[in-house]
Design a protein around this ligand. Structure first.
Ligand SMILES: Nc1nc2c(ncn2[C@@H]2O[C@H](COP(=O)(O)OP(=O)(O)OP(=O)(O)O)[C@@H](O)[C@H]2O)c(=O)[nH]1
Ligand SMILES: [Mg+2]
Length: 464
């Protein structure tokens, strides 16, 4: 693993702009001595020291200096915080004075990176800091705190420990080629692999939910023109974000709006109404709507109650509408997980759909009125929780990287199980398990290629 840089870094840790207090952070060898040269009072470990900050006889600011001697600091190095006034010029002056005396400006995320490299945090915890700062809802902040406290990491570590002891048993069989099968059977490797796979799957579901909580759930609103997709987006967003008219084909392009509903961050995407069109602009819009389905976590197919009422074949009206929408969505709809598709019947203020007929359909649906703001909460709740696995509330935040790694671990274990069933020899089983173990290690960072670290920490803000 990369050795941490050992030079002295500094950065403004508070957000840019004006504020009551502005914090400058210093980390690395000599942090205390450098800070001490600016202030008159002697710095004591972990004690707030009020002083003027003076450079070359000029008073730059005054405030509180705090020294955290390493290794008991955030980064594991000597850290000093200078808490002065939160003005951009005052802070820049101080920063410049520090830089001319041996410190250098920190890269984004470099404080957290050092904390990771010095073993103060694992990777999941370091990422949780960024998620906590970026949390868009109370629920997401709470879940990020759990990740930061190590709830997710502990589960990964526990699975990695189980996998390690299983690997030891499998590797032992390699040394006894004649008795390998009996050794594997005696150690109940098959059952243990199955148990591990099941637990990986459970953790994967939780991680997926955690990812949605931190990164938000993308919901595409699709359907025929004029059914009220844009009106629904506006009603959910609480603002007139999209243009609404009675003319079919009003929306031409994708419109994305971020909202938080009941603690859940959602990205709503309004799309062009699906229909055959000769208009080149509209065709592009419709194609974009189809593409959106691939990347959305949920697709809400919007139907108008008034259209259902008009249909000749009332018995199959809903299913016909769904079939029509699916046909227009093309291949994107085929690839869509059935659970990710949700039907919403809008304009119920104009016409209550004939419920007994609608109920015959197997598909889940919601009844709403965008203009009268009816049924919106229930619609969102159904959308967010329409998969039984999602009904669990996320207890920690996770990222796409974690979800992908756990998916890979799951398929490697399945492959190992298959090799075992085929009696393909313990070497193959061992190799899959070794790769699975390594992949688990990559989640928390016990095994981390340098590019991965660069990618993770470069997305942090400066001063973190
Ligand atoms: N009464 C009633 N009218 C609605 C409702 N929702 C939408 N409308 C009306 O239906 C018409 C079309 O609404 P839009 O939101 O523009 O429909 P759209 O699906 O976005 O249409 P396109 O952008 O053309 O695909 C407008 O005149 C809206 O005022 C509703 O819940 N009740
Ligand atoms: Mg529209």
């Amino acid at each position: 693993m990369t050795a941490p840089d050992t030079d002295l870094i500094c950065a403004i840790a508070t957000p840019p702009g004006e504020g009551g207090v502005g914090v400058i952070r210093l980390s690395g060898p000599g942090a205390k001595n450098l800070a001490q040269s600016f202030i008159r009072n002697k710095l004591h470990s972990r004690q707030a020291q009020y002083s003027r900050f003076v450079a070359d006889g000029e008073v730059l600011d005054d405030g509180i200096a705090l020294w955290f001697p390493g290794p008991n600091s955030f980064t594991g190095e000597d850290v000093v915080e200078l808490q002065g006034h939160g003005g951009p010029i005052v802070q820049q002056n101080l920063l410049q004075a520090l830089c001319t005396r041996g410190a250098r400006l920190a890269r984004p995320g470099e404080f957290s990176e050092r904390a990771f490299l010095n073993g103060k945090l694992d990777l999941v915890q370091a990422e949780a800091i960024a998620d906590l700062i970026a949390a868009k809802s109370k629920l997401a902040a709470k879940a990020a705190r759990s990740s930061l406290q190590g709830v997710f990491s502990a589960q990964v570590a526990q699975l990695a420990a189980r996998l390690l002891s299983l690997r030891v048993e499998i590797e032992a069989a390699i040394d006894f080629p004649d008795e390998d099968i009996e050794i594997l059977q005696q150690a109940e490797v098959g059952q243990k692999l199955a148990g591990l796979s099941e637990d990986i799957h459970t953790l994967l579901r939780q991680a997926e939910q955690g990812r949605r909580l931190s990164q938000g759930l993308t919901i595409a609103l699709v359907g025929e023109p004029n059914v009220g997709k844009s009106s629904l987006l506006n009603a959910l967003a609480g603002e007139e974000a999209a243009i609404v008219t009675a003319i079919p084909g009003t929306t031409r392009d994708l419109l994305k709006v971020d909202v938080v509903i009941d603690g859940m961050p959602l990205r709503l995407v309004d799309t062009a109404g699906l229909r055959e069109s000769d208009d080149a602009v509209e065709q592009i819009g419709i194609e974009r709507a189809r593409q959106q389905i691939d990347s959305a976590d949920r697709v809400a197919v919007v139907l108008a109650a008034t259209d259902l009422a008009k249909a000749d074949d009332k018995a199959n009206v809903l299913d016909n509408c769904i079939a029509r929408a699916r046909a227009q969505l093309g291949t994107a709809a085929d690839a869509l997980n059935a659970n990710a598709l949700h039907i919403v019947i809008n304009k119920i203020d104009l016409h209550e759909p004939v419920l007994p007929l609608v109920k015959q359909s197997q598909t889940q649906f919601s009844l709403v009125s965008a203009t009268e703001q009816k049924g919106l909460k229930e619609f969102v709740a159904a959308l967010v929780n329409n998969q039984s696995a999602d009904a669990e509330v996320a207890t920690f935040t996770a990222r796409t990287r974690h979800v992908q790694a756990l998916t890979r671990v799951g398929s490697l274990l399945q492959q190992a199980q298959q090799a075992l069933d085929d009696q393909a020899g313990p070497e193959l089983v061992a190799e899959d398990c070794q790769l699975a173990h390594q992949t688990l290690g990559e989640i928390v960072g016990t095994i981390s290629p340098d590019e991965l670290l660069g990618e993770i920490f470069s997305n942090f803000c400066i001063g973190k």
